[in-house]
Design a protein around this ligand. Sequence first.
Ligand SMILES: NC(=O)c1ccc[n+]([C@@H]2O[C@H](COP(=O)([O-])OP(=O)(O)OC[C@H]3O[C@@H](n4cnc5c(N)ncnc54)[C@H](OP(=O)(O)O)[C@@H]3O)[C@@H](O)[C@H]2O)c1
Length: 250
Amino acid sequence: MSKMKKVVVIGGTGLIGSKAVKLLQDAGHEAVAASSRNGINAYTGEGLEAALTGADAVIDVSNMMSLDKDVITDFFGTSSRNLTSAEQAAGVRHHVALSIVNADKLAANPYMAGKLAQEEAVASSGQAYTIVRATQFHEFIETLAGAYAADGVVKVPDIDFQPIAASDVAAALVEAALGEPKNGTVDLAGPERAPFESFIRAYLDAKGDGSPVTAVATVDYFGAPVAKGSLVPDGESIKGRVTVAEWLKA
Ligand SMILES: NC(=O)c1ccc[n+]([C@@H]2O[C@H](COP(=O)([O-])OP(=O)(O)OC[C@H]3O[C@@H](n4cnc5c(N)ncnc54)[C@H](OP(=O)(O)O)[C@@H]3O)[C@@H](O)[C@H]2O)c1
C-alpha cells in the first residue's frame, strides 16, 4: 500500500462524497467527511483551517441546487476560492474538483454556469489542481425522467448520453487525489454511449412505467440548446465500468 494520506472530502456526506470517504478509509487513508452540517463550510470558510491542517489533498464534491444563475455561480465560485486559498495557506498539495463534461459549452444552463465558475476559480487560484469532468450519474436518470415528463409522455433532447455510476466517479476522484495534479481537466464517462432516450426507457422499464419516451430535436437541456455530442466527451476520457443495466439490477 502507498503511504497513508489525509484527504479532506468537501461534501463528504453526499452521494459521491460518502463513497469517496469509504474508498479512502478502506485503502487505509485518513478521510475527513466535511460538510456544512458538521461545521466545515466551503462557502463561509467556517472550519476550513482546522480541517485542512496536515491534509495532502482535497476532493471537492460539494453541491447546491438552484435555478438562479447568480446564486449558483456565487456558491461554486466563492466556495472554490475559499477552499483553494485555505489549501495554499495549509500547504495542501492537490485540489480535485468534480465538474461536468462540456460545462463550458453549456453555460446557458444556470447550473452549468455555476460549474464553469467553479472551474475558473480553481484554474486561476495558483493551487495545484485536477478538474475531473464527469458525465451525468446513473443516479441522476430518475431526476431526468421526471423533469422531461409531461402529460404522460417523456420528451427528451435528441442527443447522445453516456452516464456513469456514482461508485465509478468516486473511484476516479480518489485515484486523482492520490496521484499528481494535472493542472488541467480530465473527462470521465460511463462504459456505454447511446441515445438519451434509450437510458430513460431502460430506467422506466425497470420501474414498470410504460410511459412513451421520444427524442425531440427542439428540447433543450435545462436552458442550454444541445446537439448530438453536447453531453458526452469529444476526445479521450476515463471510463467507468458499471453499465446502467447492472446498476438497475443492483
Ligand atoms: N448529478 C450528476 O449527474 C452530476 C454529474 C457530474 C458532476 N456532478 C457534480 O457532482 C458533485 C457532487 O454531487 P452529489 O450528487 O454527490 O451531491 P449531494 O449528494 O447533493 O451532496 C452534496 C454535499 O455537499 C455538502 N455541502 C453543501 N454545501 C456545502 C458547503 N457550503 N460546505 C461544505 N459542504 C457542503 C452537503 O452536505 P451539507 O448539506 O451538510 O453541507 C453534501 O455532503 C456536484 O458538485 C455536482 O455538480 C453531478
